[in-house]
Design a protein around this ligand. Structure first.
Ligand SMILES: [Zn+2]
Length: 221
């Protein structure tokens, strides 16, 4: 994909996140997308509510600025959180961090989000979304803990950071934004279901059955 197209896809994802309420009231978020083997594009500032294609910096996979204006000082501390995911997972094309309102309820409660909502299966989610222990954002301790979970759960496309928020990583910016809003739906539904006795587990055969249905009918969510 050309750089211009990747910029457009990041802007589209940012607008989707804003429209679907994934930014919470602080509107804090950071987004990135893989550009080529050696580079990513990443948002330069802390809010993405009115993001434009010019608000992105090109970084190499060590986190150094390769093109564009420098990142805001406060963004420097979260660069490694993005870079290390691209290094760890060749299949990842985009990384999004937000404080999505319902997912973050689970993050502050230090509880995993159980896999009980069928639409998540259609993004390839096959297990509950775990919480990584708290450490200062972007610190080696925090990032190493995230990468440890990724290594031990090769198909997992999201983790929560305890007492903070969520990190989601998937094929491309728009798909990753849609995964995040679906995960937030799941989190909201699990919370609501507690009033009715709690969410019920999916049939153990559901993952295979959904894969078969997607192969037969396409992957529409
Ligand atoms: Zn955050």
């Amino acid at each position: 994909m050309l750089e211009k197209e990747v910029r457009l896809r990041i802007v589209e994802a940012a607008h989707l996140l804003a429209k679907s309420g994934m930014l919470y009231r602080g509107e804090h978020a950071n987004l990135s997308a893989r550009l080529d083997d050696q580079h990513i594009l990443m948002t330069r500032g802390g809010s993405i509510a009115n993001l434009s294609g010019d608000d992105l910096a090109v970084l190499d996979l060590q986190g150094n600025l390769a093109d564009g204006e420098a990142m805001d000082a406060t963004m420097q501390e979260v660069i490694q959180m993005h870079i290390r995911v691209y290094q760890a997972r060749a299949s990842v094309g985009a990384v999004i961090h937000t404080h999505a309102p319902h997912v973050t309820v689970f993050a502050v409660a230090n509880q995993p989000i159980p896999l009980v909502y069928e639409p998540l299966l259609r993004f390839g989610v096959t297990e509950s979304i775990p919480v990584v222990p708290w450490a200062p954002r972007g610190s080696d301790k925090s990032v190493n803990a995230i990468i440890d979970v990724l290594s031990n759960h090769p198909g997992l496309p999201a983790v929560m950071m305890a007492n903070h928020g969520v990190l989601v990583f998937h094929q491309d910016p728009v798909n990753t934004a849609r995964l995040l809003s679906t995960l937030d739906e799941a989190a909201e539904l699990v919370i609501q279901a507690k009033a009715l006795g709690g969410a019920k587990e999916l049939d153990p055969a559901a993952i295979e059955q959904v894969k078969d249905r997607m192969a037969a009918f396409g992957s529409r969510r």
